[in-house]
Structure formats: C-alpha cells, structure tokens
Write a protein that binds this ligand. Sequence first.
Ligand code: FES
Ligand code: FES
Length: 164
Amino acid sequence: MSTTSTLIQFRLNGEPMARQVESFHTLVEVVRGCGLHGARESCGQGLCGCCTVVVDGQAVTGCIYPALHADGTDIATIEGVAKDGRLDPVQQAFIDAGAFQCGFCTPGFILMARQLLANNPDPSEHEIRHYLAGNLCRCGAYPEIVKAVRLAAERLRALAAAGQ
Ligand code: FES
Ligand code: FES
C-alpha cells in the first residue's frame, strides 16, 4: 500500500512544531508522537474523552480528529496547563478533592472542566455532569470529580473577585 505523507505545522503548548503525517493519522497520535503522553487513546471511537486535546481554544476528541486538520492550528494539551511551575486551579482542585484513582481519564476531565468553567463560572451539579457526559471514568470517581469542579469554580471565582 502506498501512502502520501504531508507536512503539517502547528503550535503545541506555544511551541512551533512540524510533523509529517499520513491521512490516517489522528491528532492524539501526533501529540503523543511529540512526546506528550497526557492525552491517551482508550476507546479510539470518540466515546470516552481520554484523548481530549484543545485546538484553537476548543476541546476536541483527539482519537477521531484527523491530524491533517491540525495544520496551522494552536494546540494545547494537559502538559501546557500548569504555568511557571504552578498547577492550574482545576488541576489543584482535582488533587484536593481526590478526583481520580488510576488517573487515566484525568487529563481529559481537567481540560473539559476548564472549558466548562471558562463559559460558566458557577455551574450546578447537573450542569457539570451534563457537560462532562462525554468523559468516562472507569474507576467511577464521578462524585469526587463533581466536587473538584465545584471547588475549582469556587476558587476561580474568588481569584476573579480579587482581580487575579
Ligand atoms: S480514546 Fe478518544 S474518545 Fe476514547
Ligand atoms: S481515575 Fe481511573 S479511569 Fe478515571
């Protein structure tokens, strides 16, 4: 079988990158190929959210997102969330609320929770569960995940009120 590879260029957590990709390659394969392993392929069918990656500010399902579509985009992964050696408030809240067991699903949940809180700073439990419905946790840490998102929301609101 012959294939034709294409050079794509993009920014990955702010760093300019270029990769040769084939038409069948997915975005999660590209970011993992760049050495960032926080996004994981689990179901490979767009059903679990473990492969979540942010493209141009929008969370996408990396296992079904064609790598070719990432050309010219700004890609963010869980590895780019902490700044200056400090965890993001959502990351910290997941730790403080004990919102994971194996942690396999956690990067996807955190990226989606950050997107939720950017759009809705005070979500109800129902809104959190609804927004995160596409992310599956096989360990069943859902009650703690909801707690973590509410805790992060509270802290982010306090920071915003303090002008930070
Ligand atoms: S691995 Fe992509 S949604 Fe499950
Ligand atoms: S913490 Fe194990 S899958 Fe979610």
